[in-house]
Design a protein around this ligand. Structure first.
Ligand code: NDP
Length: 240
């Protein structure tokens, strides 16, 4: 029987590539999204993958949605915590809403989703959790104290949960992408983006598929000895 995979923020950008790669590899995939219904519909039409709308920053709504997904599609074996946002600003201009939104969406979501699936994974003695961090959680970034703190938090979260899951057949790993060609990066002003690309040794932005193939590697049934790791996929921009 196919393993069931939930990809948060799985309808656009990196998440879309992850959803499609998992489907192509034989997983039964459910993609989550939050607000962009048009993109979700286009994604469903194109891929045939179910897209379910809920806000992963909301604990109760996430729990409710995951219970429903498990009833409809089967128990979740693979969880990819990919949903993320930016609300950039330097500290002296950042307001509390910018801070809260990014911490709740990018880091709080990992607790909300993992909490909803972890007991089942422990009972079944199998689970694969992959959390999408960022190069900016490793190296910091001007104008992103909220984002860097949330992504850095993901790396600690990953190591702690990996220790708890290790004896129960559950692996927990993180990927730290560098700059990847998605809507999030296309929102960066072109002159700033040019300077960023100039600092990437391989000389290009990453593609969503570069991240998706790393997820596939980590969630494989045979990948039982890799846990608590962060894999950097950044074209050599930051060697950590
Ligand atoms: P996009 O902005 O292209 O897509 C974000 C996805 O997350 C969308 O599907 C969006 O849904 C969903 N989402 C956002 N907030 C929520 C929420 N509260 N609940 C549920 N879903 C939500 O992002 P990317 O593909 O660029 O990024 C994906 C991940 O990779 C993020 O965690 C990002 O921080 C990380 N990352 C990205 C890098 C890059 O260069 N692009 C670099 C390093 C890390 P909707 O369509 O409804 O808005």
């Amino acid at each position: 029987m196919s393993r069931v995979a939930l990809v948060t923020g799985g309808t656009r950008g990196i998440g879309e590539a992850i959803s499609v790669a998992l489907k192509d590899a034989g997983y039964k995939v459910v993609a989550n999204y939050c607000g962009n219904d048009d993109a979700a519909k286009a994604f469903m039409d194109k891929t045939g993958i179910a897209a379910i709308k809920f806000d992963v920053s909301d604990f109760d709504k996430t729990k409710e949605a995951i219970t429903q997904i498990e009833n409809d599609y089967g128990t979740i074996d693979v969880l990819v915590n990919n949903a993320g946002i930016t609300r950039d600003g330097t500290m002296h201009r950042m307001d509390a809403d910018q801070w809260d939104a990014v911490i709740k969406t990018n880091l709080g979501s990992c607790f909300n989703t993992s909490r909803a699936v972890i007991e089942g994974m422990r009972d079944r003695k199998f689970g694969r959790i992959v959390n999408v961090g960022s190069i900016n959680g490793q190296a910091g970034q001007y104008g992103q104290v909220n984002y860097a703190a949330a992504k850095s938090g993901i790396h600690g979260f990953t190591k702690a949960l990996a220790q708890e899951g290790a004896g129960k057949g559950i692996t927990v790993n993180a990927i730290a992408p560098g700059y990847v060609d998605t809507d999030m990066v296309r929102a960066v002003p072109p002159d700033v983006l040019e300077k960023i690309i100039a600092k990437i040794p391989v000389g290009r932005l990453g593609s969503p598929k570069d991240i998706a193939r790393t997820v596939l590697f980590l969630v494989d049934d045979d990948a039982t000895f890799i846990t608590g790791s962060t894999i950097s996929v950044n074209g050599g921009q930051h060697m950590y």
